[in-house]
Design a protein. Structure first.
Length: 652
């Protein structure tokens, strides 16, 4: 999260590449052409029908690692339940069956992305700042589930090569969807919750902001001082400056942000160049919302893998095998140790998942503990939000500014298998805690860095937070399909997806170490997470294309007790929707649609639309209800707040 030149337009190696088109599988280069991706799965043949975006994502990642895909005559045919794959190893690996379903253990009739988003709370969180549930207009849960399935496969291959005998893995899009809202779910279900989102999220106006000359942009600072200086220099009203700080700071926690209208009006009075100059003077980062087309052109010009994994430079194999661990079907990473020094969401989630896979995780916190431990609502003396991502871990307090404590950290890493951090760029090296420093004390360490921008953005980048990366990547132009101006989701989409990718990258690193007997460097980023989301999904008119006219109907319908989400996949579905409600399918007046559905119950409307052949799901508008809904019991655990169980199942 470094500083930029405050114009928010960090460069790429070749920004003028608008005419390029994606190449290779899912927009990535062929495996032989991808640097930083070891061919660890050569000889692995993947067979079985592929109908889900989740499964396509999984296979794309396995192919990058050298696996071969055997096409199936049922490819692209939706079965409703999901996909079953067989992974056959030709180099000694036992056959593995991998099932990716829609619902898994969640007892809901889920057969598509829209239904999963509706049932599992994603629409509620994504739409919180909009005043009502809203669909994430890309297949977010499906891509995330493909990465989670990749974690299961890679953990199994690693475990089996270490002596386990796991033959089946299972996961689902619904379980992954619950994982993506785990923080919000923990907050909503905490006994005595005193940190509910504001009752009136539209009292102000959410970011992004607009300049006098029409530049739409995100603004970021994590400190009150730069915030105060920025607005004061622009002559914003002092009361509005004070009122605006808290909703901006807490937008990551609440998924809503009512910034006073006076602040929006202040920026609309100033041209972009003036705002840029003031941001540079005050220490605030800016990032204009870039176009989807520009980003896809960059991806096509420089295809980026989901992770970069390479051996420590200058370190040769020790001749000793990597510690094999004691893997079992219940804990495929048992016996391995992860040392984690991270903050916020991306890094903690990655280490949490490694813990759920059976690794011992030691979390490094500053003296006095991570400040987020005290963020309401509290479960006993610890934040339930914090526990959602950290309850599987041991904790050691270390002051990394103290030389003696840095020695303590090096001693911990000397006996560990993985070190994971998300410090600011260059900080680890300045403190003598970089990859080369740890490789000297442990040549077999898998050193993982979960960054914001990776090495793609040149120069001094802006603060690398979720919403800034959504703006830079063009994702902010894709996540809503309501016809309004582009804006990032205030649900932390990329923090979560980046954490999932980091876990997968660590597993790739462990496999490479297992094969080569030498430690590995693993790099993942939030921008890489955005790239994966844009590679394997997008507007259904085609990657980088305009949204088709019917897509604006792909949003929840208001009922007298909530909302119903309908999957609209073609223009014919819009006709079916209007006809089923007894409305004119030619005129398609939205006002008639609203008036017709508002008087019906959700259950009644959903049943009526399903009878007409549409996929319709009642929307979970209150996450608190998931904690008491018996249909979700197998995927959640209630420990004073609801936490999400491990999203995979491993069977011998």
């Amino acid at each position: 999260m470094g500083r930029s030149d405050h114009r928010g337009v960090p460069g790429t190696d070749d920004p003028d590449c608008r005419d390029a088109t994606p190449t290779g599988h899912g927009g990535t280069a062929a495996p032989d052409d991808v640097p930083g991706v070891p061919r660890l799965l050569d000889g692995l043949v993947v067979s079985g029908g592929v109908s889900l975006t989740a499964t396509a994502t999984l296979i794309g990642h396995l192919e990058l690692l050298g696996a071969t895909r055997k096409p199936d005559e049922t490819d692209g045919t939706t079965t409703g339940a999901g996909d079953a794959l067989r992974l056959n190893g030709e180099t000694g690996d036992a056959a593995l069956d991998c099932t990716v379903s829609w619902a898994g253990p969640v007892d809901r009739d889920l057969t598509d992305e829209v239904g999963v988003q509706a049932a599992c709370g994603l629409m509620a969180v994504h739409g919180r700042a909009e005043g009502g549930p809203s669909r994430i207009a890309v297949d977010y849960a499906s891509v995330a589930a493909g990465i989670v399935a990749g974690q299961a496969v890679l953990a199994t291959v690693h475990a089996n090569r270490a002596g386990a005998d796991i033959r089946q893995v299972e996961t689902s899009v619904a379980q992954t969807a619950l994982l993506t809202v785990s923080q919000y779910l923990a907050v909503a279900t905490t006994d005595g919750d005193d940190d509910a989102p504001p009752a009136s999220p539209l009292a102000g106006r959410r970011p992004p902001f607009l300049s006098a000359d029409g530049v739409r942009f995100e603004l970021e600072t994590l400190d009150a001082g730069p915030w105060q200086r920025f607005w004061t220099l622009l002559e914003a009203p002092e009361p509005a400056i004070r009122r605006g700080w808290r909703p901006m700071l807490l937008r990551y926690a609440n998924a809503t942000s009512a910034v006073p209208l006076e602040l929006h009006d202040t920026l609309r009075r100033h041209p972009w160049d003036r705002i840029v100059a003031v941001a540079a003077e005050s220490g605030v980062s800016l990032c204009p919302i870039r176009s989807e087309a520009d980003r896809h052109a960059e991806i096509a010009r420089r295809p980026l893998p989901p992770w970069s994994v390479r051996p420590h430079p200058g370190i040769t194999a020790t001749g000793l095998p990597a510690r094999p661990g004691t893997p079992t079907a219940d804990a495929p990473l048992a016996g391995l140790c992860v040392v984690e020094a991270t903050r916020r969401v991306q890094g903690p989630l990655a280490a949490h998942l490694l813990g759920l896979l059976g690794a011992r995780v030691i979390r490094i916190e500053p003296p006095g503990g991570d400040p987020l431990r005290g963020m309401p609502p509290m479960l006993g003396d610890v934040s339930s939000r914090f526990l959602a991502l950290n309850r599987t871990k041991e904790t050691v307090e270390i002051d990394i500014k103290d030389p003696a404590d840095r020695d303590r950290l090096r001693a911990l890493v000397a006996d560990a298998d993985v070190f994971l951090h998300n410090w600011l760029p260059g900080r680890a090296e300045r403190l003598g805690l970089g990859a080369a420093d740890f490789a000297r004390v442990n040549p077999q360490i898998v050193y993982a860095y979960a960054s914001a921008w990776g090495d793609e953005v040149t120069g001094e980048p802006p603060l690398g937070t979720d919403f800034m990366v959504q703006a830079y990547s063009g994702l902010a132009t894709q996540v809503f399909a309501d016809g309004n101006p582009p804006r990032p989701s205030l649900m932390t989409l990329l923090d979560v997806l980046g954490g999932l990718l980091c876990t997968e990258g660590v597993l790739v690193g462990l496999l490479a170490r297992q094969r080569d007997g030498v430690g590995q460097l693993v790099d993942t980023s939030l921008l890489g997470a955005a790239t994966q989301l844009q590679t394997y999904t997008g507007r259904r008119a085609g990657v980088g294309g305009e949204a088709p006219p019917w897509q604006v109907w792909d949003r929840p319908l208001t009922t007298n007790d909530g909302a119903v989400a309908v999957r609209i996949g073609t223009d014919a579905d819009v006709t079916t929707l209007f006809t089923a409600l007894g409305l004119d399918p030619v005129g398609r007046d939205p006002a008639h649609l609203v008036s017709r559905t508002a008087g019906q119950s959700g259950a009644e409307l959903a049943a009526r639309l399903r009878a007409a052949g549409l996929s319709a799901t009642e929307v979970t508008t209150d996450l608190d209800g998931l904690g008491t809904d018996p249909r979700f019991t197998a995927a959640l655990t209630n420990e004073g707040a609801c936490f999400v169980r491990a999203p995979w199942r491993f069977l011998p």
